[in-house]
Design a binder for this molecule. Structure first.
Ligand SMILES: Cc1cc2nc3c(=O)[nH]c(=O)nc-3n(C[C@H](O)[C@H](O)[C@H](O)COP(=O)(O)OP(=O)(O)OC[C@H]3O[C@@H](n4cnc5c(N)ncnc54)[C@H](O)[C@@H]3O)c2cc1C
Length: 500
């Protein structure tokens, strides 16, 4: 039954969702251009912020502050595959500010509005020779979502999470006040916003660190047939001091023992005789299948990849999720004939999912990013193998900085290097029951001092979530800024009970 539904879903997606995605992309592109043309920032930014403040004041008048607020962005447009029920009952505030306000190459920062997305920012910065220090991989991820939630990429072993590269933030609080915060100014608020899921106010701008970039990434693929050898090298590379470390580190694990480690550096040009691979061209194999081929080699191999192809290398196949949506999507005939229409928009896929697909995903599927201390990687991989036995796994090292003020996510002492292990697919263990397995993984993460990315399903209770994420500072600031009744706390937005 499952394979039948998936097979027919692929045909449906190709016939209807792919063309609709093309139209949707063209519409959104035109709409964004029109918005810029009619309403272009930076000079209009202050007026747009005043409108947000006015809406918050109206909320006070209209509801007496008795119904919590949320952003008006429809849930189906967000990346998370689960849609929050709260949108239906909460007072919606339009925070659809989507401009890039200022690039300061002296300071090495870009100032943007919260709905600016990765596609837009990387397209603007690349020709100028700059890049965000961390570029979360999928085009449609927004600055607001990445700061209030989480965002990571293969440069996170150097720079940390997306929230760590923000040098200052501006939010509109529950009483309609505009407050700026940074490590130097209102620092408690600055450290409380990451992971808060909008529980403190509406983010209206962020200043983010940029780094000089080059045209290519020189990528070395190192195959491993032994888990211990891989972990030793992965740890060594991840823990190198900032100036000695590779610019990009990522690994894909294809079985309990087989893995390909990828180490990348920015490169100006492709040296004569070296391979250039524009791997995001529509006819090219999906990235993770391309990487799998390096397992057949005994030696490390290298390639030069155009920078934006590298940044968005998992976009066409949504890591390996696309195989479930279009099972024949990586076959040569599909790539050459119809690959130019791919990938379908995640939001349209969500909109067109039937109840049966929802139920199948709920029971047979798992999307989890589990953030665990590097020292526990060996034990964690063994545990995931036993409980889930699904491959490929995505492994990305990430630094979690100990901050002067403790926020929601605090590393254990001397344990600032973490690994994001991404499990996206259908576990192959016998008698898999999604809820039971996820609860086991969650308990394991709490035990080892790890965290769960909350765009995914969380079955934790309120107390368990509070045990994993330190709410001390968030609670204090929510009480101080009148947010308790104005915005739901994270659990009420991300728990299974709050999501369909
Ligand atoms: C298929 C898939 C692939 C993914 N791939 C990656 C990846 O490669 N790298 C990565 O880092 N992450 C990835 N993620 C996770 C992603 O980082 C999170 O979903 C993240 O929260 C960004 O999503 P979004 O822009 O859709 O934000 P949303 O889901 O819209 O927002 C996340 C939270 O932030 C709040 N929020 C948003 N804007 C504001 C604002 N202006 N003010 C106050 N609160 C606000 C929202 O209310 C919500 O609670 C992926 C997720 C999926 C489902």
């Amino acid at each position: 039954m499952l394979s039948f539904l998936i097979k027919y879903r692929g045909i449906f997606v190709v016939l209807f969702v792919l063309p609709a995605s093309l139209a949707f992309k063209a519409y959104m592109g035109a709409r964004n251009r029109l918005v810029f043309w009619l309403n272009s920032a930076p000079e209009n930014h202050d007026a747009k912020v005043k409108k947000v403040q006015q809406q918050v004041k109206n909320w006070h008048k209209e509801t007496g502050g008795n119904i919590p607020m949320c952003t008006a962005r429809p849930a189906w447009l967000a990346m998370s595959l689960k849609q929050g029920n709260y949108k239906k009952t909460h007072y919606q505030v339009d925070v659809s500010l989507m401009d890039i306000l200022e690039i300061d190459t002296e300071k090495g920062t870009v100032r943007v509005e919260p709905m600016a997305d990765m596609r837009q920012i990387s397209a603007l910065l690349k020709p100028l020779g700059w890049s965000l220090a961390v570029v979360p991989e999928l085009d449609a991820l927004t600055v607001g979502g990445l700061i209030n939630g989480f965002g990571i990429e293969s440069s996170s072993h150097k720079y940390g999470l997306f929230q760590h590269i923000c040098t200052s933030l501006e939010i509109v609080t529950a009483d309609g006040e505009l407050v700026k915060c940074s490590p130097e100014e209102n620092s408690e608020l600055y450290y409380a916003i990451p992971w808060s899921y909008g529980a403190l106010g509406f983010l209206v701008s962020a200043e983010i660190k940029i780094v000089p970039s080059k045209d290519y990434v020189h990528l070395t693929y190192i195959p491993f047939k032994n888990k211990q050898d891989f972990i030793a090298r992965f740890s060594e590379e991840s823990l190198k001091p900032f100036d000695e470390a590779y610019d990009f580190i990522e690994a894909l694990m294809y079985s309990e023992q087989e893995c390909v480690l990828m180490l990348g550096n920015f490169a100006e040009t492709v040296p004569a005789g070296k391979t250039k691979n524009a791997l995001n061209n529509f006819y090219k194999p999906w990235f993770y299948e391309h990487v799998r081929n390096f397992l057949k080699q005994d030696q490390a191999q290298e390639e030069y990849i155009p920078l934006r192809h590298y940044y968005h290398r998992h976009t066409r196949s949504f890591f390996w999720e696309m195989e479930q949506i279009i099972p024949f999507g990586n076959s040569p005939w599909f790539r050459y004939l119809l690959g130019w229409m791919s990938p379908p928009e995640v939001s349209l896929i969500k909109l067109t999912e039937t109840q049966a697909i929802h139920e199948l995903y709920d029971t047979h599927h798992m999307d989890q990013d589990l953030l665990l201390p590097l020292s526990t990687l060996d034990k964690s991989l063994s545990f995931f193998h036993q409980e889930v036995n699904f491959y490929p796994l995505w492994l990305c090292p990430m630094r979690v900085f100990a901050t002067p003020v403790r926020g929601m996510v605090n590393p254990l002492e001397n344990e600032q290097m973490f690994v994001d292990v991404g499990i996206y697919g259908e576990p192959t263990v016998e008698n898999f029951v999604a809820k039971d397995t996820v609860r086991k993984l969650e308990a394991f993460m709490r035990e080892i001092g790890g965290f769960q990315a909350l765009y995914a399903d969380t079955y934790q209770t309120r107390e368990e979530l509070r045990d994993m994420f330190d709410h001390t500072l968030l609670d204090k600031l929510r009480a101080q800024t009148g947010a308790l009744k104005a915005f739901p706390e994270p659990f009420d937005k991300v728990s299974r009970a709050a999501r369909t």
